[in-house]
Design a protein around this ligand. Structure first.
Ligand SMILES: Nc1ncnc2c1ncn2[C@@H]1O[C@H](COP(=O)(O)OP(=O)(O)OP(=O)(O)O)[C@@H](O)[C@H]1O
Length: 236
């Protein structure tokens, strides 16, 4: 197994904060691992995900993703790494509201030659259609503007966008919060299937304690974060 994400002596504070939000001596995620990250509201889960995705950078310590030390990359190189190799399912989906569900999914690959290449012979259009179908969106729903879809449907579109073109790492920030149990289980099953096929690492944040048994590894942020304020949050 090779390493997908490696953190060493990571320390992060938001500007103006009195004390660091995150202080993580070491954390490794292997290629193909499925990891659930749990923690209190406001404990820094989304912040940690954004550091791993290179959306924010830390002055202290090391964040390595697929062998790249993010601090040694330019903003542009980090953007390219994210576009090619990281599928990010945001809490608020970040869909373009007036584009169709299908167009939102296809858009991800337009900024990433690597994703298009990994699709091989399969056309981007058909791959997007197949993923959306597997996530339970009908042909008609796929053509509807994103803002006309239900919150749960939008969440599934955001997942299809992240998965298209098989990135090495999927970061999912509360991706099932708007799904009912049937869609939630189908969604996680699909996520696992796709990750297994592609040896993709999955880092999945949730408040839903019932999901923990599905994952081979669960991380409690309070257990890996040594920042002084990390035990203050209230567990949910
Ligand atoms: N852009 C920002 N600028 C300044 N402070 C921020 C910023 N984003 C988050 N924070 C602060 O960092 C702390 C952790 O926030 P974060 O969103 O990482 O927590 P979380 O564990 O993901 O919470 P939740 O489970 O409620 O989504 C909070 O106190 C928050 O106010």
């Amino acid at each position: 197994m090779s390493t997908c994400v490696e953190l060493n002596q990571l320390r992060f504070s938001w500007p103006g904060a009195q004390s660091p939000l995150l202080s993580i001596p070491n954390l490794s995620l292997q290629r193909g691992e499925r990891v659930l990250l749990r923690g209190a509201s406001g404990s820094g889960k989304s912040t940690l995900l954004s550091l791993i995705a290179g959306i924010h950078t830390t002055g202290k310590g090391q964040v390595q993703v697929l062998g790249h030390d993010l601090a040694c990359l330019t903003q542009r190189q980090r953007d390219r790494l994210r576009a090619n190799d990281i599928g990010y399912i945001f809490q608020q989906f970040n869909l373009l509201p007036y584009l169709s569900a299908h167009a939102n999914v296809v858009l991800a690959s337009q900024f990433s030659p690597a994703r298009r290449q990994r699709l091989g012979q399969q056309s981007v259009d058909l791959a997007a259609q197949a993923l959306l179908e597997r996530l339970g969106l009908s042909a008609r729903q796929q053509q509807q503007p994103a803002h006309q879809l239900s919150v749960g449907q939008q969440q599934r579109v955001a997942a299809a966008r992240a998965l298209l073109g098989s990135p090495a790492l999927i970061i999912a920030d509360e991706p099932t919060s708007a799904l009912d149990q049937e869609h939630r289980d189908g969604f996680i099953q699909l996520l696992f299937e796709v990750c297994e096929q592609q040896n993709t690492t999955l880092l999945f944040v949730t408040h839903d304690a019932t999901l923990a048994p599905l994952f081979p590894r669960t991380l409690e942020l309070s257990a890996i974060n040594h920042a002084p304020s990390s035990s203050e949050g209230q567990h949910v």
